[in-house]
Design a binder for this molecule. Sequence first.
Ligand code: ASP
Length: 322
Amino acid sequence: MRHLLDTRTLAKDDALQILDIAEDMAATQQREVKKLPTLRGKTVVNLFYEDSTRTRISFEAAAKRLSADVINFSAKGSSVSKGESLKDTAQTLQAIGADGVVIRHPASGAPARLASSGWIDAGVLNAGDGTHEHPTQALLDAFTMRRRLFGGTDGTGGRGRDLDGVSVVIVGDLAHSRVARSNLWLLTTLGANVTFVAPETLQPYGARTWPVTVRHSLDEALREDEPDVVMMLRIQSERMHAAYFPNEREYARNWGLDDERFGVLPERTLVMHPGPMNRGLEISSTAADSARSTVLEQVANGVSVRMAALYLLLSGERTDNA
Ligand code: ASP
């Protein structure tokens, strides 16, 4: 694998390989000394054109635990705010000798442009591009599901397994969500059944041509789809330039995982959220802080999954052009 740009084109074997290597990485993170020498001498640049807390810290921790040198570059306070183009920035990174570039960008397709441009030799990892994809988020979500649903107590984490037959209901601001798109493609590849729940205004354009059940009622989805996983999404106000729902109270009442809905969820159903959460809007604190919530596990697992992705892309000689 040369780049990790999306999950839509990620083959099942490659996805399972990342998840299984992430299990090995997770095992090393239980040790007192968490650092591995794997990427010693390599340089990873975190190139963030959009705000991020979890993803940036997670990639930084992952690269450092593999002994890579990490350079954090945020667009604010850099020459990007002086109008420098992606090409000029990329060529600067090439001159510095970057082996890997982790990029978050408001424009869908920016990571793919960087990877195919010929401006740099580095491996490119998409850390979220516009409303398009966020592949490592979907991989850490799948990893979390596999561990919780099939990991049992034998410590295997469900190694080697796909998610055949698992029912996942994804709820909320799907229209603006790269997390929903990346999850849909990956979960479908791994054999899960996915339902999107949102008012029509927040359904993604084209969703009816995708391999997903589209619903407008959360109560109907919880009743009909018998979800193993309910994944709540953040209302992305920063990407909204119109009124997509009447008001926050109405939204929470119809599409929020409030205490009442949480109270009737089956015991086995996991509650997921990629963060950051709007507590009281899409999810109640009772649901977010419950034992069935995987919110913090998702963050912890993110480091193992990103270690696996960096390892696969950057270890060894980068001669594979596939
Ligand atoms: N952190 C995720 C993302 O960057 C989800 C969100 O922002 O709501 O896409």
